[in-house]
Design a protein. Structure first.
Length: 96
């Protein structure tokens, strides 16, 4: 079993990113990620395949979504201030 990837004890100054802008992350899964120590897009964007598999296997509710929904790719775009098709819908409202 792979070791738990590096995480943070709390969100950096300025607060956590809205991880619900990543397709596949809803309010419950966002809370589970926070509990695990994941608060920012750049954290998710830096995950290796092994890291993604660890989160899929160990975060309640992930159930393969990290890899299936392409969280790492989405998070890299969002961390640079970009927009994905899904995050644009979230910003418009009505998704959650």
């Amino acid at each position: 079993m792979a070791a738990k990837p590096a995480v943070l004890a709390k969100a950096r100054a300025g607060g956590a990113d809205n991880l619900k802008m990543i397709k596949g992350v809803g309010p419950v899964l966002e809370k589970a990620l926070h509990t695990t120590g994941v608060f920012h897009f750049d954290q998710v964007g830096a995950w290796t395949k092994a890291d993604a598999e660890w989160f899929d296997d160990n975060v309640k509710g992930a159930n393969g979504r990290v890899i299936r929904d392409g969280w790492v790719k989405q998070a890299k775009i969002l961390a640079k201030g970009g927009t994905t098709e899904f995050s644009a819908r979230v910003k418009k409202g009505g998704v959650y």
